[in-house]
Ligand binder design. Structure first.
Ligand code: BGC
Length: 807
């Protein structure tokens, strides 16, 4: 009997082996054959990721045992309501997610990791003393401030090399949502208020990253412009605003850079979750734009797994058992067609086929972190923006060696923002470290006072995992130095620095008081330090180590110089020092406007007020789950984009509203003159050129911005729109460069809702060659015969009547 069973068992094993041997293999057999060989069970498993710590794929017990960066308890509470940052421990420890492998068909997993300021994995692993630190590169808003596509491309190259060498396949980056409001908690990850700039910078980043043979996931597609209520908020907007402002940058990246994957967003647009929107993911993304890659959800995004597959959202991340069950049931009962599932599976397989893991790339776990530290140091200094520099305060005169540093952030510099965009870097160079490296000395008393204050305050904070703390705790208010401390420092130092620090993260938005606006202690510090130093004939420099736009109008008259350092990655302090010493001449320009006040921003009345939100309650009880509440909450469950296309400078310029610092603004240690404008038209191609001359005393680079003002007679048009830009090489004093910018008439088109098409107006246009949105240096007129550029599908229309802002 036993012998019989044994024989039967052996026959069964042999049959399975034979089946496996005969089964089609990915890469050897056509993809269609591999798909056809999958069972429904395999298909359902393959369409969802393998889960993350605490959410299947790995038992809760395992997850808790392995979790190093975050506490799984916190994660679970938060995840069901606000989505959560991914973390698996399967192939690469701490990566965001992993796809499902089917070895019998030769299908390996592939590994996805955050993004976007560098690779986010766990820096240490059990059982080895080896470390896996990654480079924290500058945040997105800083990279956009470089206006330098070649430089962003080189950052992408370095970052992509870490993706590859740490055994990952896809970086969940770049993030390119529009800065609709300065208050969005994730603006640091995003690039700009302008879709052209955001699109061009993203495309350069994608090309750089993908040149390593790894993939990207351009996120969050689309109109994910606030964090409060992010899992379900309905972004309600006109078709024109959607097409022109919120989709246009993504379209540019898809067409220019061919990203491997795109990540759909958490929110809805005009009533439908983006991850469940066939109109967005198939009609627009694939049929209209020709996207060939794969779409994945954001982590736990959307509600209906089957609807997601039908919409063309190929992979559900990080993957949960209920999603697999729903898909399997629908495949078995026919409510999900084989054809729909197969299309998604095919696209995932095509991505796997080009991935390093499929190609068995022998990664080293040892990228050249030293070389990448140089890349981040140089790119950060190029994106820092000099906002003010009275009487040539900067670069620092050679005799100024002793510095009094106010603001605890001087000692505790912020490399980057929180959440999934937070890289585990080995070190961060603070302002003080950077300046010490450059040969300066610091007031030790101030250092001690500030660090003690910070330690005491930190001890009083509730004990939460860094992830959750980042989402719900307000930043510790700055230390207001006493009159005695200030006076003592004046006597023994040559100059004062005040660092204003701001951090933000996904899952929450910024408050106006104490975040967008300076806190009371910061205002007091600014006033008192400036008064005391100026009385003694000494200067004050403000360093803004911030994650986004802040209020500057009320205090900018006080200091002598202001450097917007953003969050410059792990070498931030060295990058700032390079600018302060004059080793680098600042050449960054603003990618978003700095308004006079938050109430001047047209989206403010339709944006959540973070001060009224109980962040802990939001996390545990949740907003945005439509249907759970009787009445939907304005700006949390739904947000009306009443400003329409008038976002950022498009609004300020068109409505004559004064700003503190305009879009595209940034100073240099030298001066540039613009001359000899030439405009030529060849068919539909318009080319504008001019000569830029360094008419100052030190070498520098200049960003040239090209805006076009349309007739605005037959269509509502903003006063002007950015249609091109270029950055000069490093020009020595007296040297010139001819800068050339080309665009087609199609770039000038606006979206006409009535005919659902992109159209250009006939009439007289102006090409405006500018140093900022309000500093037009040269103008060239041209005429255009209007035409319909492209007719597109009439989809994703608002379901309610919106009161739209009009000129
Ligand atoms: C974020 C994504 C991120 C994902 C994985 C989500 O919470 O919105 O940007 O890629 O987590 O960590």
């Amino acid at each position: 009997m036993n012998r019989l069973l044994l024989t039967m068992g052996m026959v069964a094993v042999a049959a399975t082996t034979l089946m496996a041997q005969n089964a089609p293999q990915l890469g050897k057999d056509p993809v269609a054959k591999v798909v056809a060989a999958m069972t429904n069970e395999e298909k359902a498993s393959f369409l969802v990721g393998t889960g993350m710590a605490g959410f299947s794929g790995m038992g809760m017990e395992d997850a808790t045992k392995n979790a190093t960066k975050t506490s799984d308890k916190d994660m679970q509470a938060a995840a069901s309501q606000i989505g959560i940052i991914g973390e698996t421990h399967q192939l690469v420890d701490g990566a965001a997610g992993t796809s499902y492998a089917i070895p019998r068909l030769g299908i390996p997993s592939f590994v996805m990791t955050d993004g976007p300021a560098g690779v986010r994995i766990n820096p240490t692993r059990k059982g080895t003393s080896q470390t896996y630190y990654c480079t924290a590169f500058p945040v997105g808003i800083l990279l956009a401030s470089t206006w330098n596509k070649a430089l962003v491309n080189s950052v992408g190259k370095a970052m992509g090399n870490e993706v590859l060498e740490y055994g990952c396949d896809v970086l969940l980056a770049p993030a390119m949502n529009i800065h609709r409001s300065p208050l969005c908690g994730r603006n640091f990850e995003y690039y700009s208020e302008d879709p052209y700039l955001a699109g061009e910078i993203s495309a350069s980043m994608v090309k750089g990253l993908q040149s390593n043979g790894v993939g990207v996931s351009v996120k969050h597609f689309a109109a994910n412009n606030q964090e409060i209520g992010r899992m379900g908020v309905d972004s309600r907007m006109s078709a024109r605003a959607l097409r022109e402002i919120y989709l246009r940058g993504f379209e540019r990246v898809v067409k220019e850079a061919n990203p491997w994957t795109i990540m759909s967003s958490y929110n809805k647009i005009n009533g439908t979750y983006t991850s469940q929107s066939y109109d967005l993911l198939t009609t627009i993304l694939r049929d209209e734009w020709g996207f060939k890659g794969m779409v994945m959800t954001d982590w736990m995004g959307g509600k209906d797994a089957v609807a997601q597959i039908k919409a063309g959202n190929d992979l559900l991340m990080p993957g949960m058992p209920n999603q697999k069950a729903a898909i399997l049931k629908a495949l078995n009962d026919g409510t999900l067609s084989q054809a729909d599932a197969n299309k998604c599976i095919t696209r995932i397989l095509n991505t796997i086929l080009i991935s390093p893991r499929y190609k068995k790339y022998a990664y080293t776990d040892k990228p050249d972190l030293k070389a990448h530290a140089v890349v981040t140091r140089n790119s950060a200094s190029e994106g820092m923006v000099l906002l003010k520099n009275d009487n040539n305060t900067l670069p620092l005169a050679k005799n100024l060696k002793k510095i009094a540093a106010f603001g605890y952030t001087s000692y505790d510099f912020i490399a980057g923002g929180g959440g999934s965009g937070d890289v585990n870097e080995a070190y961060t160079i603070s302002l003080v470290d950077g300046l010490q490296n450059a040969g300066f000395t610091f007031d030790n008393n101030l250092k001690e006072v500030n660090l003690k204050y910070l330690t005491d305050q930190k001890a009083k904070q509730p004990k939460l995992s860094p992830l959750i703390a980042g989402m719900i705790l307000k930043r510790i208010p700055d230390y207001a130095p006493t009159a005695d401390e200030i006076n003592a420092s004046v006597a023994s130092n040559d100059i004062a620095f005040i660092t204003i620090g701001r951090n933000s993260t996904e899952g929450n938005d910024r408050q106006v008081e104490g975040d967008f606006n300076l806190s009371q202690s910061e205002q007091q510090m600014m006033k008192n330090v400036c008064e005391a130093y100026h009385k003694a004939g000494k200067k004050v420099v403000v360093i803004l180590n911030v994650a986004g736009v802040i209020e500057t109008a009320s205090w900018k008259e006080l200091p002598d110089a202001i450097l917007l350092a953003w969050q410059g990655g792990q070498e931030g302090g060295n990058s700032v020092a390079d600018i302060l010493t004059g080793k680098v001449n600042p050449s960054g320009k603003l990618p978003s406007s700095f308004p006079m006040s938050i109430t001047d921003v047209p989206s403010t009345k339709n944006f959540p007020d973070a001060s009224k939100i109980d962040a802990m309650k939001m996390m545990t009880q949740g907003f945005g789950a439509s249907g759970e509440k009787k009445e939907l909450e304005k700006n949390t469950d739904y947000t009306n984009y009443e400003e329409g296309i008038y976002v950022g400078y498009r609004y300020f310029d068109s409505f004559g509203v004064k700003v503190s610092y305009p879009f595209g603004y940034g100073m240099s240690y030298t001066k540039f003159t613009y001359s000899n404008p030439v405009l030529t038209k060849k068919g539909n191609l318009i080319t504008v050129s001019c000569t830029v001359t360094n008419s100052g005393k030190v070498a520098g680079k200049e960003v040239v911005e090209l805006y076009v003002a349309a007739p605005g007679k037959t269509m509502e048009k903003p006063a002007k729109e950015l249609r091109g830009f270029a950055k000069t090489a490093l020009l020595q004093p007296g040297k010139s460069q001819v800068v050339t910018i080309s665009f087609t008439d199609a770039e000038l088109a606006s979206f006409d809702e009535a005919s659902s098409s992109w159209v250009t107006e006939s009439g007289n246009y102006q090409a405006l060659i500018a140093a900022s949105a309000t500093d037009i240096r040269l103008t060239k007129p041209f005429t255009l015969t209007g035409r319909t550029i492209e007719k597109v599908h009439k989809v994703m229309l608002p379901q309610e009547t919106l009161t739209l802002l009009k000129k």
